[in-house]
Structures are given as structure tokens and as C-alpha cells.
Design a protein around this ligand. Structure first.
Ligand code: ADP
Ligand code: MG
Length: 617
């Protein structure tokens, strides 16, 4: 594999690249950078979202422009304000050692005079949205008559958004002998037309199959009754406590409504769509980037070009009208070398669309069941246990601990752990106790699949953050345990832990192997899990559950106090619960599991309105 040095970049850029932690060039970078450095040529580059296109044109442009001159030499057009700012920031980072470099962003919804002032100070590079750029040209606030390099970034998106005329107009103010570099994820006819019209004998590079979605993304679908869509969404979120996701809806109205419902249900969610003001959109995006929002509900148009690297899941709450749009959606996850999951909630009538998408993305979907209450409860508890286990402690808390210790002076460690976790357990257990199985049997695959009481399901304390996805974990287990191809199944990888199944006959072998096994210096812990990895239907541990219930009864006054505290902070209506009739729940105002925002507000865990611990590091 080549290095950035071998691509021919100068010292200043190489230093910045090191600072940014880039080690090897991506495919599109490895191909485009030497070409652009060595030749004054037009270029068409097709590469998926997240493949590092910004650096592919950014590095050569920074290398080639004359920083000692104040003349505007490079113009980058990009479809949205978001992207425009993103590219500007990225270029500033690449060029941090290029003394005197001035990159200016030009976009609508902000003061045009301020932007004009910045340009006037001498901007070698302008990054602009077409609308505002055209505006500034017509008001003679910019001069692009000496441009040497122009970039059309996300050309397909720009044309989708109807910027053809603006682009034509803008380019007519640039010199004929400039080089034009066009970057796009796809090559529809309109893009080809632009290339024809504005480019001279362009070189073409294509990275990967142009319609193939990112290979780091796995695709799953969940078949539910249309009326259960929202409940299904909540369960998917509950089953992934560390979820950081974009949820796609078809219309602005649905987007707003789903976001509102999630917020009301206690999740940290936000809406992003075109009916919001620019200011509102900025705020939502800021919270999302800061991870104060875990679930960003968005329309396709509004989410275009969102570049947030750590998105763990894309959820298609509804499938897009244009099936091709699915690729754009799923490309929001699995970025920068990370793995991601694209989930689709479908009803029976839409099932055939899954086949169509499979043909387009050339990948198979995995059919999965909406997680059962038992599974969710377990996931939530283990996630909490893991967080507590790995929490770093400081001295600052010590002065508060004395009185807390006093309170528990007669409580054994076991009892304390039990009480502590029951706070979480009771909420989920009560909520999901009477909830139904949301999955619908797909007639095509003959129902239940491979589940039997002959299976053992295991919990293992490695997950996505250890670099596993379900395929990697399956391979890892097969290799370590020396098992056959189908011996490990139902592998479900969460952020910091995972589940998998084997035949019961293998249980002893599995547990014995993992009594003393280290992976990357850390002991790997495997335990038998209670749920079977398949939704609901009577698999709950009824005996255990009842016992816990009566235990919960004894503690009820304590519990209620903490619950009341949380409901004081954030009164919530109880309108979407599966167990409305449950008197006990109703009385404790606890008839739904709380989402991130307030789920721990009765205890001492982070809520998004407080200082948050950093996640997923
Ligand atoms: P695209 O424009 O193709 O969608 P971006 O240019 O926005 O992709 O890059 C996606 C992410 O990958 C950015 O966060 C960027 O900093 C990062 N990135 C780009 N090139 C590299 C590289 N060579 N090594 C590691 N990360 C990279
Ligand atoms: Mg880009």
C-alpha cells in the first residue's frame, strides 16, 4: 500500500496528515492525488460517500495554489451549507502548516457582507454553495476570473437539488483554461452531461462499483405490522443502548412526529427537515455532533451529506420512494473504516422492495426479529454493568460517599448489586412484561429458523468497539473454539458486548475455553445468557421474574422515590405503552422504559442535559 509521502505531497501537508491521524491514503486518494499533482487535467472521480474525497481534491489543491498570493485560485462548489462548512474546516486542518492560507466558506443563511469581507482579505480558496455563490458574483463581491482549479463536489447531489443553472452560471465567470475536478458518488445522466459540457477530455477514476454501498455496512430488515412501526423503532433503540443513529422518514411531517414521539418517550432525539429554520437545523446538528442527540430523525434531503463519522446505525423507518436513495442513506454509517448497520423496518406490502435493494447494492439483507423484552432487558442490564465496570473514578466524589456508605453499612455486596441493578431491571421488566412479539413471520423463510431448546445463548464481553462485527466475531469464535461452519449462530454484536448461540452440547467446551482467555490483553468473559436470541413468545424466565417481582415489592417505596424524582424533572404522558392497564406501573408513572435523556435521572448516570461522559472511545 502506498503512503502519503509516496504520493508526492509536501512536508507541510504531510505534517498535517500525521496530526490528523491519517496513515494510509484511501483508494480515491491514492488514485487522484498523484494524477492531479502531476498533470493539469480535468478529472471525473466516482467514489462512495465516506471514501475520503475531500482530501483527494483538497491535498492537490493546497499543494498547487500559490499561498503567497491573495488571489482566489481555487473554487469548490458543494450542495449544502453543512458540507460547505465541513469541507472548509477539513481544508483548514490540512493546511494548518501552510502559513498565510485563507479558506473562506460562502453559503446562504448567513451574513453576505461578513462573507464578502472575508473574501476581500484575500482568500486563495473559496468553498461555496451554488445559490449564494451566484448571488455574490452578481453583486460583484467575489472575483473568480483567475480561478485555476474548480471542484464540483457531490455533483450528483448538486444536480438533484436543481443547481444545474447556477453551476452553469458560476462556471461562465471562470477562465477556460482552469482545471475542473468533478467528484460524485454516482454518475447519472445529468452528471455526465455536466462533464461533457464543462470539461475537456477528463481523466476518469472509479473506486469500487459505483452503485455498491459501503462494504463496512451490513444490512438488516425487520418485518412488522405497519401499525407497530413506532414500537419496533423504540425496541431497536432499546436493544442498542449505545446507538448513535440517523432515522430516515419519508416526509417532513413523519420526521417531525417520530422525533417528537421519541423525545416524549424519553429518548434523546432530534428532527432535521426543511421546515425548520436554518438556526434550528444548526442547533440540531450541533447537538448530534456532540452526541447529545443519539437519534437524529431526518428527511433524505435534510440529511444529505451529513458527515458524522461514528454513526452506528441507520434506521429506515420507512423505505424511500426512490429505491436508489437507500444507498445514500446507508452510506451515512460505516464511515472512516468503521462498521455500521443499516436497518429497515418493513411491512409485508413493502417486502418486495428489499429484493430490489439487494439487487442494487449487490448485498444480501439479513432478516432479523425485533428484539424481545427479555433480550432488551438483558442488553440494558449488561450494558449498565459494563459501564459501571469500566467507569473511571476520581477523588472528587469521596466527600459524598461517607453518607452513602452509612446508608448501606448493613447491605452486603450481593444485595447492593441486586438493588442497584433492580432500579434498571424493574423498569424494563415491568414495561416489557406484557408486551407482545412484534415480529411478523415472513412466509418466504418458513418461520422460526434455527431456535430450539437445544441451543445455548452466550453473552461475551467484546463488541463493536473491539473491532468486531457479526462476521468477524463468528470467525473469531469458530477459529478459537475450533468449531465448524454452522456451529456458531445468531451472533449479535453490540457496542461493548455481544451474544451468540451454539448447540447445547458445545456449552461445556465454550465455557471451559473462555475461563482463562485473553484477547488483546483483556480477559474475555463468556456467560450463558438467559434469552435465546429470538423474540419473545413465552421464553421469559417466569419463575425468576416472579421472584424478582416480589422482591421489587419490598423495595417499592425506595424505587418510587427515585422514580418520582425523575418524573418531577420531566413529566411524561403514558400514552404509548403496551401495558396501559398495569396498575402498578401506572401508579409509579413508570410504564415505559426511559430513553437516554432521563432514564438515569433518578440515579447518578448521565442524562444529556448534564455533563456527559465520552462515549465510544
Ligand atoms: P467523502 O467526501 O468521500 O464522503 P470525506 O472526505 O468526508 O469523504 O471523508 C470521510 C472521513 O474520512 C472524514 O472524517 C475524513 O477525515 C476521513 N478520512 C479521509 N481520508 C482518510 C485517510 N486516508 N485515513 C483516515 N481517515 C480519512
Ligand atoms: Mg464529501
Amino acid at each position: 500500500m502506498r503512503t502519503f509521502q509516496e504520493l508526492g505531497l509536501n512536508e507541510d501537508l504531510l505534517n498535517a496528515i500525521t496530526d490528523m491521524g491519517f496513515v494510509t491514503p484511501s483508494d480515491v486518494q491514492a488514485q487522484a492525488i498523484p494524477l492531479l499533482l502531476n498533470e493539469e487535467r480535468d478529472l471525473v472521480a466516482l467514489a462512495q460517500t465516506g471514501t475520503g474525497k475531500t482530501a483527494a481534491f483538497g491535498f492537490p489543491m493546497l499543494e498547487k495554489i500559490d499561498i503567497d498570493s491573495r488571489t482566489t485560485q481555487g473554487l469548490i462548489l458543494s450542495p449544502t451549507r453543512e458540507l460547505c462548512l465541513q469541507i472548509t474546516n477539513e481544508l483548514k486542518q490540512y493546511g494548518k502548516y501552510c502559513n498565510g492560507l485563507n479558506v473562506v466558506a460562502i453559503y446562504g443563511g448567513a451574513s453576505i457582507t461578513e462573507q464578502a469581507k472575508q473574501v476581500k482579505r484575500g482568500a486563495q480558496i473559496i468553498v461555496a454553495t451554488p445559490g449564494r455563490m451566484k448571488d455574490m458574483i452578481s453583486r460583484k463581491l467575489v472575483d473568480i476570473s483567475k480561478i485555476q482549479y474548480s471542484v464540483l463536489d457531490e455533483a450528483d447531489e448538486m444536480l438533484n437539488m436543481g443547481f444545474y443553472e447556477d453551476i452553469t452560471d458560476i462556471l461562465s465567470h471562470t477562465p477556460d483554461d482552469k482545471s475542473t475536478w468533478l467528484f460524485s458518488a454516482t454518475m447519472p445522466r445529468e452528471v455526465a452531461a455536466i462533464a461533457n459540457k464543462f470539461m475537456y477530455d477528463p481523466l476518469e477514476i472509479t473506486v469500487g462499483n459505483k452503485n455498491e454501498s459501503t462494504s463496512n455496512v451490513s444490512h438488516e430488515y425487520y418485518l412488522v405490522n405497519a401499525r407497530d412501526r413506532y414500537q419496533a423503532l423504540k425496541r431497536l433503540a432499546d436493544a442498542h443502548p449505545d446507538i448513535f443513529s440517523v432515522i430516515f422518514c419519508r416526509t417532513k411531517r413523519d420526521t417531525q412526529k417520530v422525533a417528537e414521539n421519541l423525545i416524549e418517550s424519553g429518548y434523546s432525539a432530534g428532527a432535521l427537515h426543511g421546515d425548520l429554520s436554518q438556526n434550528q437545523r444548526d442547533l440540531v446538528m450541533k447537538s448530534f455532533r456532540n452526541k447529545q442527540i443519539q437519534m437524529l430523525v431526518a428527511t433524505d434531503v435534510a440529511a444529505r451529506g451529513i458527515d458524522v463519522d461514528d454513526i452506528t446505525h441507520v434506521i429506515n423507518y420507512q423505505l424511500p420512494d426512490e429505491i436508489e436513495t437507500y444507498t445514500h442513506r446507508s452510506g451515512r454509517t460505516g464511515r472512516a473504516g468503521k462498521t455500521g448497520v443499516s436497518m429497515v423496518i418493513v411491512s409485508k406490502s413493502e417486502l418486495r422492495k428489499i429484493k430490489t435493494i439487494e439487487r442494487i447494492i449487490k448485498k444480501q439483507f439479513e432478516k432479523k426479529d425485533i428484539p424481545s423484552g427479555t433480550e432488551i432487558t438483558e442488553v440494558q442490564l449488561m450494558s449498565l454493568a459494563n459501564k459501571i465496570h469500566t467507569t473511571e473514578t476520581g477523588d472528587e466524589i469521596d466527600k459524598y460517599l461517607e453518607s452513602i456508605n452509612e446508608l448501606f453499612v448493613d447491605t452486603s455486596k450481593e444485595d447492593l448489586i441486586k438493588k442497584f441493578f433492580s432500579v434498571e431491571f424493574n423498569r424494563f421488566f415491568n414495561y416489557y412484561q406484557k408486551s407482545k412479539d412484534l415480529s411478523v413471520v415472513d412466509a418466504r423463510d418458513g418461520g422460526e429458523g434455527r431456535v430450539s431448546s437445544n441451543d445455548t445463548r452466550y453473552f461475551i464481553n467484546v463488541g463493536r468497539k473491539d473491532g468486531f462485527d457479526w462476521m468477524k466475531l463468528k470467525d473469531f469464535l469458530k477459529e478459537k473454539l475450533e468449531l465448524g461452519r454452522d456451529d456458531v449462530f445468531k451472533v449479535d454484536v453490540k457496542e461493548s458486548f455481544s451474544f451468540f448461540n451454539t448447540e447445547k452440547t458445545l456449552q461445556e467446551k465454550v465455557l471451559a475455553f473462555f475461563t482463562d482467555f485473553k484477547h488483546e490483553g483483556r480477559f474475555v468473559n463468556v456467560e450463558v445468557s438467559e434469552n435465546k436470541g429470538r423474540s419473545g413468545s413465552g421464553r421469559r424466565r417466569d419463575g425468576g421474574g416472579r421472584r424478582r417481582n416480589s422482591g421489587g415489592g419490598r423495595r417499592r417505596s425506595d424505587d418510587r422515590r427515585s422514580e418520582r424524582r425523575s418524573s418531577d424533572k420531566k413529566p411524561r404522558r403514558s400514552d404509548d405503552s403496551g401495558n396501559r392497564g398495569n396498575r402498578r406501573s401506572r401508579r409509579s408513572n413508570n410504564d415505559k422504559p426511559r430513553g437516554r435523556r432521563s432514564e438515569h435521572s433518578g440515579s447518578n448516570f448521565s442524562g444529556s442535559d448534564r455533563p456527559r461522559r465520552s462515549r465510544r472511545k
